[in-house]
Design a protein around this ligand. Structure first.
Ligand code: UDP
Length: 485
């Protein structure tokens, strides 16, 4: 096939939190720059992947290739962290990715490979085929700074952080408090630590790093990353803030008995949406406290529920077991659904979050602070209750509450493993109606406009992605002239 536009290949690691923003990036490259885009998906669950593909405005927009599933059960400890499992899965997929790149090259040779955080080993394939290589961080610049900086610190600083619980001081950036640190940093004997250090070394070898943030959101961190005078600068590679990249709500007819149908009947900004992302779970006791907290607040809510797990905050994907007297899942207080039938809706396992957050009746979001959820809340001007569980979510919660002032967070998180019902009730009221929450509600609206400005045709994120596109165009032209001899 002959083309006047570059072909870019993107690689998405397993998990909706990785696939959704990679699809969005692919869409932007097609819609804004008319590139050809192939997305390689490493999927563990084809049904959810297909559901995301149905959200595309046009199924032919992107060429999506599912790489064959790999079984890593014999390669990782069954108790290994989810991050270790994903990284090993990505490693085992490399031969299939290589063959798939050879295969698409027969149609149209790709100019660049964009990998996400866990795909950095695939950059060797980009080198082999003389492609540009980019890393796309589907999180923020502060998280990138911690990841890229960690492998460079000496033993003394590492010990101060891990053992003496001192903050991790990153040149020019906000320190990471021990309480907020990445679990991957904490145990040098764990495989995740070793893998993570490798990521931190490999990511800055890319030709550029794309980040799901924007200039005005993290000006200090981005300036520190670009400060050529700083000896300890975390990365010397060009960073491109191209966000917020979020899935747009898909316009479709509203069914009366669906969650969207229910939202249609609620007053403006009256509903708290509660969700812990694609894999977050709470302990049994915490589920009960949260149920009572929502009930006591007397505010409307939509709650995406999953069966609790007492020992793994990232271990979702279990069957919902309804056996309460009124159909209330057995892990919620008995009669919860009946008592709240006029105020609340409980949705098992998965809900159309982009559509929900953009609905005018939503007034708040109790979120695990996954970065996609955070961006989806901000672009819709929805204030948050920050309830971080794992990964970089505690850093995100700190940024949202202490720096941006668009969320409230429980003080009890650091003291006790359970946030009690009265505290939850207080936070819901603060976000939804109390005078104390006025500042939070108005700041998130300002941030919404700022985010939309960054994405507009004269905005910083649009401009940033255009720079990446220009690099791809230049490389494509030189490929063409080489081919012509
Ligand atoms: N999501 C959704 N419905 C759900 C739960 C999650 O559509 O019931 C989407 C959500 O909109 C977001 C992604 O899944 O785009 C989750 O990504 P995030 O970074 O927030 O968290 P993760 O799941 O990676 O922890």
């Amino acid at each position: 096939m002959k083309s006047t536009k570059p072909h870019v290949a993107l690689l998405a690691s397993p998990g909706m939190g990785h696939l959704i923003p990679v699809l969005e990036l692919g869409k932007r490259l097609v819609l804004q720059h008319e590139f050809h885009v192939t997305i390689f998906v490493v999927a563990t669950d084809t049904a959810t992947v297909e559901s995301q593909l149905r959200n595309l405005p046009n199924p032919k927009l992107l060429n999506v290739v599912s790489l064959p599933p790999v079984d890593v059960s014999g390669l990782v400890d069954p108790d290994a962290s989810i991050v270790t499992k994903i990284i090993v899965m990505m490693r085992e997929t490399l031969p299939a990715l290589r063959s798939a790149i050879i295969s698409i090259t027969r149609q149209l040779r790709p100019t660049a490979l964009v990998v996400d955080l866990f795909g950095s080993e695939a950059m060797a394939i980009a080198d082999e085929f003389e492609m540009l290589k980019y890393v796309f961080i589907a999180s923020n610049a502060w998280f990138l700074s911690a990841t890229a900086y960690f492998p460079t610190i000496n033993k003394r600083l590492e010990e101060e952080h891990i053992n003496e619980k001192k903050p991790l001081m990153i040149p020019g950036c906000k320190p990471v408090r021990f309480e907020d640190t990445l679990e991957a940093f904490l145990d040098p004997k764990d495989q995740v630590y070793v893998e993570y250090l490798r990521l931190g070394v490999e990511i800055p070898t890319a030709d550029g790093i794309l980040i799901n943030t924007w200039e005005d959101l993290e000006p200090t961190t981005l300036a520190a990353m670009r400060d050529a005078t700083s000896l300890g600068r975390v990365t010397k590679v060009s960073v491109y803030p191209i966000g917020p990249l979020v899935r747009q709500a898909r316009p479709s007819p509203v069914q009366e008995d669906s969650v969207m149908g229910w939202l249609e009947k609620q007053p403006s900004e009256s509903v708290m949406y509660v969700s812990f992302g694609s894999g977050g779970t709470l302990s049994s006791n915490q589920m009960i406290e949260l149920a009572w907290g929502l009930e006591l607040s007397q505010h409307r809510f939509v709650w995406v529920v999953r069966p609790p797990m007492d020992d793994d905050a990232s271990g979702a994907f279990f069957k919902v077991d309804n056996n309460g007297s009124d159909g209330t899942p057995n892990y919620l207080p008995d009669g919860f659904l009946t008592r709240n039938s006029d105020k609340g809706l409980v949705v098992p396992m998965w809900a159309p979050q982009a559509e929900i957050l953009s609905h005018p009746s939503i007034g708040g979001f109790l979120s695990h602070c996954g970065w996609n959820s955070t961006m989806e809340s901000v672009v819709n001007g929805v204030p948050m209750i920050a309830w971080p569980l794992y990964a970089e979510q505690k850093m995100n919660a700190t940024m949202l509450t202490e720096e941006l002032g668009v969320a409230v967070r429980s003080k009890e998180f650091s003291m006790t493993p359970i946030v009690e019902r009265e505290e939850i009730e207080r936070m819901v009221r603060k976000i939804m109606v109390d005078k104390e929450g006025d500042g939070i509600r108005s700041r998130v609206k300002e941030l919404k406009y700022n985010a939309h400005k960054a994405l507009s045709i004269v905005g910083s994120s649009y401009n940033s992605l255009s720079k990446v596109a220009k690099n791809c165009e230049a490389s494509f032209q030189s490929q063409l002239s080489k081919a012509r001899g």
